[in-house]
Design a protein around this ligand. Structure first.
Ligand code: MN
Length: 480
């Protein structure tokens, strides 16, 4: 299990007894945090920081420990912040400043100067907050008694977001083919992606995949078909078309495993040697947490993998989608979102159906795909665009709704949603912000999760939701 290190600040000015108490209280709090967070992350206490050297040792340890996804810091007493400068300069993990106390209430009858000197986070945490601000280190501050549910919830969120950032820093992205010809928003600076998020984005020829496909055995295809039959309703007699996708998925799986790849992008303009565009093959992989981006969109592929990781321990659906078309009935506007084929089965309201239909573009054989109506409920829509000198995240609150009427001739999976605060502001805001037509939708994550991810990775964030006013639209697209 991944872990958070807990680093508590003090100094030697108050004597040995005080430091013994600090260590005991910190151990007590660590045990409590472990009990509450055991399904998400483990918490490990490091030696109390009493001088610059202990701080360097603690934060250096956190920085190089592969199992450590982040650090929680708290000042039990006053801990002069110059002692923290060199350690913090070496810290390479997400940081949470927990502004709390070991005691919830003040012992009014017995409080004396010894108690005040021992329990002075109101004092020490401000000194510490200053040095974080002065050093410009991205971090999350959580205030409140550490046993309160809302404090624990915020620490859990930090662990989930930090875990996603850890995953991001180990993510390898495979691009089969390049970005779709002429398309702007799906493109981006892959060097900057690696510098900021750790993504190792590399190109592979689709022939590399075809080569593996040729070696897939009939028995492996049979096994994959049995998996499809158990998970999905077969609404086609064109078994050969489905078997072709099964073969493609086995090969993709092998390829991803061989190169330790967490997500991939492909393009219908580069399918040399493939008989079909990956449909069910991509969908079934997304169902297993593999990120996917069509038309060479490596950013949405990586973002979908990271947000699926962030949402792993929660209920709900998270995955890639494309904005497609609207019902513009006045006051009842809804958007129909889908893709040519590759809609994640996570969004299925019922058991997906396997169907085979022609594909209008790409010039290949009819691909098998899963078709379903989407889940409903509150959700967020998130995308990432490259503004030239920085990446920008855009996060909109939306509501997934039941499709107004059946669409029996639409041969792809689909979801339908309502914009917030209303159609005009929601969609005008997205356009002003330069939001892409590819995004990740999640009913498991919230704006607060994306805001924390943006903060900890130093990414510009634009949000749209119930609190967005018409006047805000004037500023959404501004260059910063
Ligand atoms: Mn697309």
């Amino acid at each position: 299990m991944k872990k958070l290190y807990f680093v508590v600040g003090s100094q030697d000015l108050y004597g040995e007894e005080c430091l013994r108490q600090v260590a005991a209280d910190a151990a007590d709090m660590t045990a409590f945090l472990n009990e509450k967070l055991q399904d998400t992350v483990s918490v490990e206490l490091l030696p109390t920081v009493v001088d610059s050297e202990t701080c360097i040792q603690d934060l250096r340890k956190a920085s190089v420990d592969e199992d450590c996804i982040g650090v929680i810091t708290w000042m039990h007493t006053f801990s002069p912040a110059k002692m923290w400068i060199k350690g913090l300069q070496e810290l390479r993990k997400p940081l949470l400043h927990l502004h709390t106390q070991h005691n919830e209430k003040l012992p009014y009858d017995s409080i004396d100067m010894d108690f005040m000197n021992l329990n002075q986070s109101a004092h020490g945490d401000r000194e510490y907050g200053f040095i974080l601000a002065r050093l410009g280190i991205p971090h999350e501050v959580v205030s409140g008694f550490y046993q309160q549910d809302r404090v624990i919830a915020k620490i859990r969120r930090f662990a989930e977001v930090a875990g996603a950032i850890h995953y991001s820093h180990h993510l390898r992205v495979a691009s089969f083919g390049n970005n779709m010809r002429e398309v702007a928003v799906t493109d981006g600076d892959r060097v900057e992606s690696q510098i900021r998020y750790g993504w190792e984005c590399n190109y592979y020829g689709v022939g590399d995949l075809v080569e593996i496909m040729e070696k897939v055995s009939e028995a492996e295809v049979d096994a994959k078909m049995a998996e499809y039959e158990s998970r999905y309703t077969m609404k086609t007699d064109r078994t050969d078309a489905v078997r072709e996708q099964a073969k493609m998925e086995v090969a993709l799986d092998r390829f991803l495993e061989k190169h330790q790849i967490g997500d991939f992008a492909d393009t219908f303009q580069d399918l040399h040697g493939l008989k079909q565009l990956p449909g069910i093959a991509a969908q079934n992989l997304m169902a297993k947490g593999i990120g996917f981006g069509p038309e060479g969109d490596y950013k949405i592929s990586a973002l979908s993998a990271i947000l699926m990781k962030m949402a792993e321990g929660r209920k709900g659906a998270t995955g890639f989608i494309e904005d497609y078309t609207y019902d513009l009935s006045d006051g009842e506007e809804v958007e129909l979102a889908s893709h040519m084929l590759e809609v994640p089965p996570a969004f299925a309201a019922g058991k997906p159906e396997m169907q085979v239909h022609p594909l209008g573009i790409g010039g290949k054989e009819d691909p098998a795909r899963l078709v379903f109506d989407g889940v409903t409920g509150d959700a967020i829509q998130v995308t990432m665009v490259d503004m030239g000198d920085r990446f920008r995240l855009i996060c909109a609150d939306i509501e997934l709704v039941k499709q107004k009427e059946a669409m029996p001739k639409l041969p792809v999976a689909r979801i339908m949603f309502r914009h917030k605060p209303n159609f005009e502001i929601g969609t005008e805001g997205w356009c002003y912000a330069g939001g892409a037509h590819h995004s990740v939708i999640s009913t498991a994550l919230t704006r607060a999760d994306i805001a924390l991810f943006a903060k900890l990775t130093g990414t510009e964030l634009i949000t749209i939701g119930e609190d967005t006013k018409e006047a805000d639209l004037l500023h959404l697209g501004e260059r910063k």
